[in-house]
Structures are given as structure tokens and as C-alpha cells.
Design a protein around this ligand. Structure first.
Ligand SMILES: *[C@@H]1O[C@H](CO)[C@@H](O)[C@H](O)[C@H]1NC(C)=O
Ligand SMILES: *[C@@H]1O[C@H](CO)[C@@H](O)[C@H](O)[C@H]1NC(C)=O
Length: 423
């Protein structure tokens, strides 16, 4: 009885909670990619003339936690992708802004982005591309071994500012949810799979405004400031005659050869050897300086160039969400795009979607990998003695393919770089 009562009261508070959440959350855009998604998204004509515009595949992917839960996946290699959706224009002033989506790189991404953009009014969706100004760019970016990070680019006064903190992204072939939260006090959080990976402030983690405080340029180190941590020990004196000890001495063991002829061979001198008494140039011992005051630091003062902008976080006319990518290898699948004002709502959505599917997806992925391994060993039958060696060969082969992919990665690198140059 008691347990039943507890359960029903827990249940009713759960219902109450979700009602509260539902009542308080304002959802500006939510896309689960159900039927009809194509009416909501506009494929850009960008790169079409050059035949470099990639096609999207509407699919749940090769492995998934629910075959009926589809998203959109890049389906052609060496292609540009640009697609966007519109929502009723809004300003995030005095509101928390939550930007969230899930992404899965089925292709073992070696170079390419998995990020999305929030854009403001005044753009042409049909022309959406790499040069289209955006307001926020957020999500994972992978290229080679060096770039494996979560981008969080904030546009302010027409300039793109990259986050100064390093936020590593997920690199496996499973679905992960990326969440960016921007609050009216200019603080932010970055979450992956509902776990906070980074947080801080727009003021400190981006160089959007000049710093609030600077070192006083007028300040000078006082003449008598002693910043030597160690000083020579005045008690330690050079022993008498120390400098007279020679580095090398004649080898006492050496003897003039019997057949040495002074007249023909010149005067014999014994070969020299290192003097065991010689200890190198004399160095005075060091002791802690009793007058050490620590390293001198200029005092911080208010930066005269700093002008606060309490609206530093505000985008007055957000209106579009888009994906704009270059991909060497395709297979990146986007789903569950959310723009709202309530981190709790976003969190629940993650639990409802990714949270419920991740185990089944992982199992499906493991199954797929096992099948692939079996196929490979069938293709390449070897006797069991050679198996270990063969495994090593496989690893080598993989390395080789990586090496072959390098020039391609460079191509993407350049593209990325030029894209980044425009920031
Ligand atoms: C779309 O994805 C499914 C599942 O991975 C795959 O079987 C199919 O071949 C893909 N279609 C295209 C056109 O890439
Ligand atoms: C905005 O950019 C312009 C032009 O680059 C510059 O003159 C102005 O100081 C900037 N304003 C702020 C608040 O950064």
C-alpha cells in the first residue's frame, strides 16, 4: 500500500513537473525530422553550378536505436552541404537561449564539420553558404589529429569570435547531443549528452570586448624590489688554490716506449688524462634570498578602452537555423534540432530521444562491426597460426589508408581554413 502510494505521488509530481516545464518553456524551433520535414527545410543552391552540392539522405542510418526515427545525413563524399529552416523571428534579450541538436558521424569522420548555425533575419535561404553571415556557430569539428573540438563561435558587431577554451568533441561513430546555453547574465554552458563540458562567461572565454581590467601601464617595479628567489651564499668561499688545479694531467702510468728515439721522434711527452681532482669552474652555492618579495606584478586597473555592453549576448532577430558543411567523407547524420529558452526542456528532450536509444544504437553498431570483421576474415582466409600477424597487417593497412587520405584531408583543411579566415 505504502509503496503504491509513494509511487502514485511520485508519478503525480512527475506529471506536475512536466506540466510546469511544458508551461514555462518557450520553444522557438523543434525539428525531429518526421514526415513533412522537407517542407520546413530549404536546400541551398550554393555550389550547385559547380556540381559540388551534396545530397542529403533521409534515414536513421546504418545503426540506430529506432529505425523509424530518422534524421538527415550527408550522402556524397567531397561535397558542400547547405540547408536551413526558418522559425518565427525572436530576440533572446532577457531570455536564456538553448541551441541543441544531435549528430552522428557514421563514416569515422577524419576531416569535416558537424556543427550548425543560428542565423538572423535578412538572409536568402536559397543562397545560404559559407559566406552567409551567421550569429552563432556551434558543434563538433574534426580534422586530422589536431582538430577535434567543439566550435562555439559568437558573432558580435559583424566579427566572428572563437571560444578561447578548448572543448574536445566526441570522435566515435555514435549519436551525441550537443547543447549550447547562453544566459542573460552572459554566462554559457556547453553540454555533450546532457553532461556539462565547459562553462563560463562571454566576457572571459571570448575576446568580444576589450578586457575589463588591464595591467597598469604606468606602474613600474620599485627600485628596491628584490625579485631574486635565490642568491649566492656569502658564506661559501672559493677554496685556496682552487683555480690552480689543472683540468688535465700527464698520465702517470704512461711510459716512454723502449724504442723511442729522442733524436728522430722528438722529445717524448706523456699523454694527458682528465685530472680526477678537477671539479670544473668554482660555483658559489645558492641559498634562498631572505629579502625575496616574490615576482613583481603590475597592479590591475580598469581598462579605459572597456565599454560594457550589457546586451553582449543579445541577438535581436534570430530567424533561421542551418547546416553548412564541407565533407571529405560523408555520413554525418543530424537530428532533433531544438531552439528554446529552457535548459530543463532541452534536457528532457535529450533523455527522451538519445537517452532511450543510445544502448540499442551501441548494440547495433557493435553488431555491425562484428559482421564487418567476419566478412573481412572470410575475404582473407588465413591459417590460425598467422592470425596474430594478420591482425597487425590489418592495422598497417588501416594506417596506409589514413596516409592516403592525407592529401584529401589537406584539401579539406584548406577549405576549412579559408572558411575560418572569413571569420
Ligand atoms: C541512405 O541511408 C541508408 C541507410 O544507411 C542506406 O542504406 C542508403 O543506401 C542511403 N541512400 C543514399 C542515397 O545514400
Ligand atoms: C564595431 O565595429 C566597428 C567597425 O569595425 C568599430 O568601429 C566599433 O568600435 C565596434 N564596436 C564595438 C562595440 O566593438
Amino acid at each position: 500500500m505504502a509503496s503504491q502510494r509513494r509511487r502514485s505521488s511520485a508519478l503525480s509530481s512527475l506529471i506536475l513537473l512536466s506540466l510546469l516545464v511544458a508551461a514555462s518553456a518557450e520553444v522557438f524551433f523543434e525539428e525531429r525530422f518526421d514526415d513533412g520535414w522537407e517542407n520546413r527545410w530549404v536546400k541551398s543552391d550554393w555550389k550547385k553550378d559547380e556540381k559540388l552540392a551534396g545530397e542529403w539522405n533521409y534515414t536513421s542510418g546504418k545503426w540506430n536505436g529506432d529505425p523509424n526515427d530518422k534524421g538527415i545525413q550527408t550522402s556524397e563524399d567531397y561535397r558542400f552541404y547547405a540547408i536551413s529552416a526558418e522559425f518565427p523571428e525572436f530576440s533572446n534579450k532577457d531570455k536564456t537561449l538553448v541551441f541543441q541538436f544531435s549528430v552522428k558521424h557514421e563514416q569515422k569522420l577524419d576531416c569535416g564539420g558537424g556543427y550548425m548555425k543560428l542565423l538572423s533575419s535578412g538572409i536568402d535561404q536559397k543562397k545560404f553558404g559559407g559566406d552567409t553571415p551567421y550569429s552563432i556557430m556551434f558543434g563538433p569539428d574534426i580534422c586530422g589529429y589536431s582538430t577535434k573540438k567543439v566550435h562555439a563561435i559568437i558573432t558580435y558587431n559583424e566579427t566572428n569570435h572563437l571560444i578561447k577554451k578548448d572543448v574536445p568533441c566526441e570522435t566515435d561513430q555514435l549519436t551525441h547531443v550537443y547543447t549550447f546555453i547562453l544566459r542573460p547574465d552572459a554566462t554559457y554552458s556547453i553540454l555533450i549528452d546532457n553532461v556539462e563540458k565547459q562553462s563560463g562567461s562571454l566576457y572571459s572565454d571570448w575576446s568580444i570586448l576589450p578586457p575589463k581590467k588591464i595591467k597598469d601601464p604606468e606602474a613600474k617595479k620599485p627600485e628596491d624590489w628584490d625579485d631574486k628567489e635565490y642568491i649566492p651564499d656569502p658564506e661559501d668561499k672559493k677554496p685556496e688554490g682552487y683555480d690552480d688545479i689543472p683540468k688535465e694531467i700527464p698520465d702517470p702510468e704512461a711510459k716512454k716506449p723502449e724504442d723511442w728515439d729522442d733524436e728522430e721522434d722528438g722529445e717524448w711527452t706523456a699523454p694527458t688524462m682528465a685530472n680526477p681532482e678537477y671539479k670544473g669552474p668554482w660555483k658559489q652555492k645558492k641559498i634562498k634570498n631572505p629579502n625575496y618579495k616574490g615576482k613583481w606584478k603590475a597592479p590591475m586597473i580598469d581598462n579605459p578602452d572597456f565599454k560594457d555592453d550589457p546586451d553582449i549576448y543579445v541577438y535581436p532577430s534570430l530567424k533561421y537555423v542551418g547546416i553548412e558543411l564541407w565533407q571529405v567523407k560523408s555520413g554525418t547524420l543530424f537530428d532533433n534540432v531544438l531552439i528554446c529558452d529552457d535548459p530543463e526542456y532541452a534536457k528532457n528532450l535529450v533523455e527522451e530521444t538519445w537517452g532511450k536509444q543510445k544502448d540499442a544504437e551501441k548494440a547495433a553498431f557493435d553488431e555491425e562491426e562484428k559482421k564487418k570483421e567476419e566478412e573481412e576474415s572470410k575475404d582473407d582466409p588465413v591459417d590460425s597460426d598467422a592470425e596474430i600477424e594478420d591482425d597487425e597487417d590489418d592495422a598497417d593497412a588501416e594506417d596506409d589508408s589514413d596516409a592516403e587520405a592525407k592529401p584529401e584531408a589537406h584539401l579539406a583543411d584548406d577549405t576549412e581554413e579559408s572558411a575560418h579566415d572569413e571569420l
